[in-house]
Design a protein around this ligand. Structure first.
Ligand SMILES: O=C(O)C(=O)[C@H](O)CO
Ligand SMILES: [Mg+2]
Length: 262
């Protein structure tokens, strides 16, 4: 069954963060995801979820100076202390907000001299993150990002990412299958959804190549939704796109999966 979640870091962004929950609820979403709730106390964010009857599907661990281009720390040898602190903070928030998984970002490694050292530190760090999250009953998400939007990011392709995840030997670390990034880097979306069933715990969607609503561009999303269904995926599809115009104006494609408005 297709279930869609609003990504509040990309949708409803004409409103302040806490007001986006109300907009998502009014639009008929039953779940949301977002990157960084950390400017607000846990109780405040929880109240925004609860007053709209929203589940939270995903948050990101703090990833450094986002505006300056930082994208996390897991593969960065000089950032081990920041890494552990970021995961600890994310686990507190996720546990307090009833969020089952945390996206732990790997970092930009373009200037790192030694790729093997990055891999070694990534593996150590991710085992640590998996164990910290696991003690709170949470899962960790790992997502390759396309090199056009995020050059130098440690993870760009799905299959090498899956090999790294498998070598961790931690059952609570799963692939975050972002269809937008995957189409740009790897393609073969439908076969990949079937082949990797069970390896991904969270999915995100957007049109390709423009990262707008998933109703235009080179992908046929109705068939992709059906493929996730056939593969037995029962999680959420995070709507992580930049609306072409307003968020509500662009939600026509989502009508079958939104609660009817009163
Ligand atoms: O950019 C994406 O696709 C994500 O899901 C990250 O969380 C932010 O880079
Ligand atoms: Mg994504």
């Amino acid at each position: 069954m297709t279930r869609i979640a609003a990504n509040l870091s990309m949708l409803f962004t004409d409103a302040p963060f806490l007001d986006r929950f109300d907009r998502a609820g009014a639009a008929g979403f039953q779940a949301v995801e977002f990157l960084f709730p950390y400017d607000h106390p846990i109780e405040t964010v929880k109240a925004a979820l609860d007053r709209n009857g929203l589940s939270l599907t995903l948050i990101n661990a703090p990833a450094g100076d986002w505006a300056a281009g930082e994208r996390g720390f897991a593969a960065r040898p000089a950032k081990r202390a920041e890494f552990e602190a970021s995961v600890a903070k994310a686990v507190d928030y996720a546990a307090g907000l009833g969020c089952p998984r945390i996206h732990v970002m790997s970092g930009i490694v373009a200037d790192e001299p030694d790729r093997d050292a990055c891999e070694a530190v990534w593996s150590d760090n991710m085992r640590l993150a998996a164990d910290m999250a696991g003690r709170a009953g949470l899962a960790v998400s790992v997502e390759p990002l396309n090199t056009r939007d995020v050059p130098g990011y440690f993870l760009a392709h799905q299959d090498p990412t899956l090999a790294l995840i498998a070598a961790l030997d931690r059952r609570n670390v799963l692939l975050q299958f972002d269809v937008y990034h995957t189409q740009i880097m790897d393609g073969d979306i439908i076969r990949r959804i079937e082949r990797l069933r069970g390896a991904y715990g969270h999915v995100q969607i957007a049109g390709v190549p423009d990262r707008h609503e998933p109703d235009s561009g080179e992908l046929a999303y109705p068939q992709i939704f059906a493929a996730f269904d056939r593969a037995g995926f029962d999680g959420w599809l995070g709507c992580e796109y930049n609306p072409r115009a307003g968020t509500e104006e662009g939600l026509g494609w989502a009508a079958p999966w939104l609660d009817a408005r009163p």
